[in-house]
Design a protein around this ligand. Structure first.
Ligand code: 13P
Length: 251
């Protein structure tokens, strides 16, 4: 992996305050793996509480609005996330793209807002099963990168890309190491075209049914800089197994 592996839990719409016990346990476990950067994106309602409860975990949002403030009922801005201590925000998750109709331009505007607010940003991309079957997976993902990634000077340092094939999310089906290798290589090439030398700083995470059983094999693949984990991030036991698999000190 190019730099310290990054393992991020996306809790999606899961977790009430009772779930904070798991967050504390994850934090204690993460403290034993200094070689791994560990983050959790809980629902908005838990961000502030989690920030106060943890020592080493980076806490983030799962989405933000592109504007700083205004008449946008139900939305949360990047500035608000920063204000409660978030360190990053995920934008362009396939569930946002498909269920909330977010376009690449929307995702890019959100990413820019996040960077302007001083957050890091995780930009998600990934093809559907029909697109993969049609042989379009790389073209779709590269077009998403072109349309979704902010390009301002110097931003690459705070950008992470998460490759999440839609058909692998929450399904128990994982992309094969060969497919992950090919896609991450294509993403790296695109990042170099977009950011030049700055591309070296950008981690490329894999997401989609990552669990304790398949993590080590995925992390051995070239250009896999970590994982964006959904279901398996909800308990300390399963999430910490993935963190352990990513720890270069334990190779
Ligand atoms: P699962 O790990 O539950 O497949 O979810 C992946 C994901 O969407 C993370 O953002």
């Amino acid at each position: 992996m190019p730099n310290r592996p990054y393992i991020v839990g996306n809790w999606k719409m899961n977790g009430t305050r009772a779930q904070m016990a798991e967050a504390r346990a994850i934090d204690r476990g993460a403290a034993r793996h200094a070689g791994v950067r560990v983050g959790i994106a809980p629902p908005f309602t838990l961000i502030s509480t989690m920030v106060e409860a943890v020592q080493v975990l980076i806490v983030g949002g799962q989405d933000c609005h592109a504007r700083i403030s205004g008449a946008f009922t139900g939305d949360v801005s990047a500035v608000m996330l920063k204000d409660v201590g978030a360190g990053f925000v995920i934008v362009g998750h396939s569930e946002r793209r498909s269920m909330h109709g977010e376009s690449d331009a929307d995702v890019k505007a959100k990413a820019q807002a996040a960077l302007e607010a001083g957050l890091e940003v995780i930009v998600c991309v990934g093809e559907t099963e029909a697109q993969r079957d049609a042989g379009q997976a790389e073209a779709v993902v590269c077009a998403q990168l072109d349309g979704s990634l902010p390009r301002e000077e110097g931003v690459a340092q705070r950008v992470t890309v998460a490759y999440e094939p839609v058909w692998a999310i929450g399904t128990g089906r994982v992309a094969s190491p060969d497919d992950v290798r090919a896609m991450h290589a294509a993403i790296r090439a695109r990042l170099i075209a977009l950011y030049g030398d700055g591309a070296a700083a950008v981690r490329i995470l894999y997401g989609g049914s990552v669990n304790a059983g398949n993590a080590a094999e995925l992390f051995a693949v070239d250009e896999v800089g970590g994982a964006l984990v959904g279901g398996a991030s909800l308990t300390a036991d399963s999430f910490l197994s993935i963190v352990t698999a990513a720890d270069p000190a334990l190779d």
